[in-house]
Design a protein around this ligand. Structure first.
Ligand SMILES: Nc1ncnc2c1ncn2[C@@H]1O[C@H](COP(=O)(O)OP(=O)(O)O)[C@@H](O)[C@H]1O
Ligand SMILES: [Mg+2]
Length: 398
């Protein structure tokens, strides 16, 4: 396989199709196959999430795509070519692989970890260095600060980002991820998911991601594959289909009782009209900001820096109590990127005990979503799912 990786053309790279054709894996000493005759077709540039109970064959399926596990029978086609006809190492250079906690080599710096595949491919030093810089920026890490660090000198979320950068190093058309965000806290997890969405918006790889989290699956994937024991397909459909028309009881149970709230994962914060915010800069005269807010009946003011990155979200009264707008930076500000779902927005609000969340686009504040907007959307969804009950509720209302 020749590599055509070229940082300049990365933005135009598109993934390739993957087809599993009757793929089966029997481990030695097991009487039942771990995966039995699994057939699915994944489109180029599509994100597919695989979910299912522990031991149902998710990891086995994923590893048969890059031949870390050889199928006992059946075929894996990548871009129409039988993966069997390609040398395993060559195959894996064209398929990025991300595991939980990043799977970084602990004794290598970030730079060396990311450069692993480029070094194998014999890239020269300058090209590799540039690529490392570019990838660290892509995953939102300052390249000067992080390239010399060792994995243990970073948080779980940062290690995970480096893991993604490493998988993307040689610009592979396919990215396989096995429970990549399983080991990080919920807030970091949402950030990493949003980042993956924006990377995917830009690169359009074919991504297959294994997760045990249905919310993560419906948020990230174009289609969700629900497996039961033996890699048996229970349903393969869009998030909307999985949530609104589960194919059978297994899916219904797996998707679970939180289905109403889970519908919030189908709505992005950008699907609803954002509530505008009143902006002020630290050091501005307070009266002027307060007057602007009061004029349009707002009780809150967003204090943001010159690049519109939010620093604090004080009440109008709080701002009015001082002559100039405070320079205070609130580390626990409730913020999400514009790719977040309403479920994410709700989580962040609840975690911060706030009635709203600020919506960012590339770090700049663009508006807010209030808890009333979220609950309004839940009621609409309930009405759609169950019109009669909604009508009753409506009639019962005074
Ligand atoms: N190397 C192995 N040898 C024998 N059995 C294995 C091996 N790896 C996985 N299995 C078995 O295959 C089944 C599927 O495993 P796996 O693909 O890891 O499931 P999942 O990722 O969905 O939890 C399980 O029953 C597991 O015990
Ligand atoms: Mg697994």
């Amino acid at each position: 396989m020749t590599t055509t990786a070229n940082p300049a053309s990365a933005a135009h790279t598109t993934g390739v199709a993957i087809e599993l054709d009757g793929v089966e894996k029997r481990y030695r000493g097991q009487d039942k196959p771990a995966v039995k005759e699994l057939s699915i077709a994944i489109d180029a540039g599509e994100t597919v999430a695989i979910v299912g109970p522990s031991g149902c064959g998710k990891t086995t399926t994923l590893k048969m795509i890059n031949r870390l596990i050889e199928p006992s029978s059946g075929r894996v086609l990548i871009d129409g070519n039988d993966a069997k006809g390609v040398d395993g190492d060559d195959l894996r250079q064209g398929i990025g692989y991300v595991v939980q906690a990043g799977g970084l080599f602990p004794h290598w710096t970030v730079e060396k970890n990311i450069a692993a595949v480029p070094n194998l491919l014999g890239w020269d030093k300058a090209r590799t260095e540039d690529r490392v810089t570019e990838l660290l920026e892509l995953v939102g890490l300052d390249s000067n600060e992080f390239r010399g660090r060792f994995p243990k000198e970073m948080s779980g979320g940062q290690q995970q980002r480096v893991g993604v950068a490493r998988a993307l190093a040689a610009d592979p058309p396919v990215l396989l991820m096995d429970e990549p965000f399983g080991a990080v806290d919920p807030i970091t997890r949402v950030r990493l998911q949003d980042q993956l969405l924006s990377i995917q918006e830009e690169l359009r790889k074919t991504i297959v991601i294994v997760t045990h989290d249905v919310d993560e699956a419906t948020k990230l994937a174009d289609r969700v594959l629900i497996l039961s024991e033996g890699g048996h397909i229970e349903q393969f459909g869009t998030p909307e289909e999985i949530l609104t028309s589960p194919a059978n009881e297994f899916v219904e149970e797996f998707v679970g009782s939180g289905a109403t709230l889970r519908h919030l994962t189908l709505s992005g914060v950008s699907d609803i009209p954002l509530t505008p915010v009143v902006l002020a800069r630290p050091g501005d005269p307070s009266d002027e900001a307060v007057a602007r807010a009061r004029e349009i009946g707002h009780n809150w003011i967003v204090v943001a820096d010159a690049e519109d990155r939010p620093r604090a979200w004080p009440s109008v009264n709080e701002v009015a109590s001082k002559p100039t707008v405070s320079k205070y930076v609130d580390r626990r500000l409730p913020v999400v990127e514009h790719t977040a779902t309403l479920a994410d927005a709700l989580d962040v609000m609840l975690a911060a005990s706030q009635g709203g969340v600020l919506i960012l686009r590339r770090g700049k504040v663009t508006g807010s979503v209030t808890i009333e907007q979220v609950t309004g959307r839940i009621r609409e969804r309930q009405a759609l799912a169950n019109p009669e009950q909604a009508a009753d509720t409506y009639r019962a209302a005074p």
